[in-house]
Design a protein around this ligand. Sequence first.
Ligand code: SAH
Length: 245
Amino acid sequence: MNIEVVTTIPELFDQFKEYGIIGRAIKTGKINFDVINLRNYAHDLHKTTDDYAYGTGVGMVMKVEPVFEMFDEYLKSHQRPWIVYPSPQGETFDQSKAFELSQKNDVMFICGRYEGVDERIMSIVDEEISIGDFVISGGEAITMVFVEAMARMIPGVVGKEVSVENDSFFSGLLDHANYTRPRSYRGMDVPEVLRSGDHAKVGKYLLKDAIKRTIEKRPDLFLKRDLSFEEKAAIIALLREKKEC
Ligand code: SAH
């Protein structure tokens, strides 16, 4: 899949592109990741991409011309991408939005700064997406979060050392607890069953744990869920265990 990020601070993505799952996805060609420097489309000496807000004169607003010129140039050699403007005024991002974006061939993120963008830029934007009900100073960190979440959904991006299916929200349940060595640390032991090597038992245990955590931490998610046969069985087992305690 192709991902483009339009930003006035391309340097912020230098490390992001190199490391971890994103770095590997880029190196193996699963993702083509291009960072477009909006300042290349500013014509004055200082490469200005912002200006005073009409009306109030308070605060700076991202100018329309560099974005439109960048887009004209882009369209000369590419198909029109799906354009996302990270914005506190959009719908809130979640796992299903990450999946939806990961299914597209080409997504372009336009990172806002200052008070936001000139409203006329919205005429080329397909979707505004928010990270939550708070405001930060720029779309770059937010775009990184969106791209990280989307990338996990692209087949082959996450190796078998990480399991996307078990991620919280993927199946509508939170992830079960995870442990690694040592098996005992400061009096805290890894649950016996996880060390048993009995895959069927381990599977049942992990499902019970995921259900228990979801009920405890996010009952709202649990209430929305249509339970499978295995999940109902896991709940019965949990209740029986409780009775025995
Ligand atoms: N004045 C604007 C916020 C501007 S913040 C408003 O109140 O709507 C500057 C930029 O940071 C925005 O253009 C956007 O790209 C990004 N940003 C800030 N908070 C965000 C959030 N919660 N979700 C998505 N993008 C956000």
